[in-house]
Design a protein around this ligand. Structure first.
Ligand code: C2E
Ligand code: MG
Ligand code: MG
Ligand code: MG
Length: 286
């Protein structure tokens, strides 16, 4: 490389590409190690059932503390894991840990686990889910598998039959980030979905933008008619919570109700109620 050719020619363009590639490879190696050594952790964000104002479950969200870089967001390391073939291992770890953690909670809350579309490439995922349930003793109906619209577009790969196998295990399938992808309404009847999570981009704007609130309320109605439940994501204010209630959404999730917290803090949240009388929710900061 730079040793044999003239240095100058390389230095003009190589550094940028090479540095990016080296940076990515180094981070991949770190991620591989993090998975092996248990340096990843989970946070749990409460999901409130609006009819009762109680916590019905938690979404498990992966976190990575890197010794030099600090906290790295799943928005960054999940794609990295997908690119480098680590997603199956990462995903299996999340499933096992989340099922185990929640099985010990009093009051039988549910746990929602995010599945990357790449984890649905092979039927091996069905055994991984079954193992996580068996090892933890968690009742299958307490596990919700969150998939995105992208997964529904790969129907040729047999997503429908895969999702039916999850249903046969007794778990629920939830469509995450609804409205941001390219799925069509026909997908809502072709796949065994229990619940739709309406993306926070619509929820955030529904207090100020009529079109966003029309999209959310219509989605809630449509889902109800199709026999599905709904969750609004990204509820950051009391106003948004009230709107979600008035639209008869099943559940709400967002910083106003509770941030993603450690398992110990999550257990404490089980006692908390939304104060429906005054519409003043329980506030929790990290
Ligand atoms: P997601 O599944 O849609 O999860 C919700 C994200 O929104 C979380 O970000 C959560 O912290 C954030 N959030 C919750 N309430 C609010 C709110 O009121 N306002 C705002 N602005 N944000 C809110 P997080 O934890 O950074 O995760 C980002 C994404 O990374 C997740 O989006 C999910 O797609 C992915 N992800 C996280 N953990 C895993 C995992 O274990 N496996 C896979 N495959 N993906 C994961
Ligand atoms: Mg999710
Ligand atoms: Mg989401
Ligand atoms: Mg999201």
């Amino acid at each position: 490389q730079a040793k044999t050719t003239g240095r100058g020619t390389c230095l003009v363009y190589e550094p940028v590409l090479e540095q990016t590639r080296r940076h990515r490879l180094a981070l991949e190696a770190d991620l591989r190690q993090a998975i092996e050594t248990g340096a990843l952790s989970l946070r749990y964000q409460p999901i409130f059932e609006l009819a009762h104002g109680r916590v019905s479950g938690f979404e498990a969200l992966a976190r990575w503390y890197h010794p030099e870089r600090g906290w790295i967001s799943p928005a960054e390391f999940v794609p990295l894991a997908e690119q480098s073939g680590l997603i199956d291992e990462l995903g299996a770890w999340v499933l096992r840990r989340a099922c185990r953690d929640i099985s010990g909670f009093p009051g039988s809350p549910k746990v929602a686990v995010n599945l990357s579309t790449q984890q649905l490439r092979s039927e091996a995922i069905v055994a991984i889910v079954a193992d996580a349930l068996a090892q933890s003793g968690l009742a299958p109906e307490r596990l919700e598998l969150e998939i995105t619209e992208t997964a529904l577009l790969t129907e040729v790969l047999g997503t429908a039959s895969l999702l039916n196998k999850f249903r046969e295990l007794g778990t629920h399938i939830v469509l995450d980030d609804f409205g941001t992808g390219y799925s069509s309404l026909s997908h809502l009847r072709s796949f065994p979905l229990s619940k739709i999570k309406i993306d926070q981009s619509f929820v955030r704007d529904m207090a100020t933008d009529k079109q966003s609130s029309a999209i959310v309320s219509s989605t809630v109605e449509l889902a109800a008619k199709l026999g599905m439940l709904t969750t609004v994501e990204g509820v950051e204010t009391a106003e948004l919570l009230d709107l979600a209630r008035s639209m008869n959404c099943t559940e709400a999730q967002g910083y106003h109700l509770g941030r993603p917290v450690t398992i110990l803090e999550a257990v404490e949240m089980l006692d908390k109620r939304l104060d429906t009388a005054r519409s003043r929710p329980f506030l929790r900061s990290v």
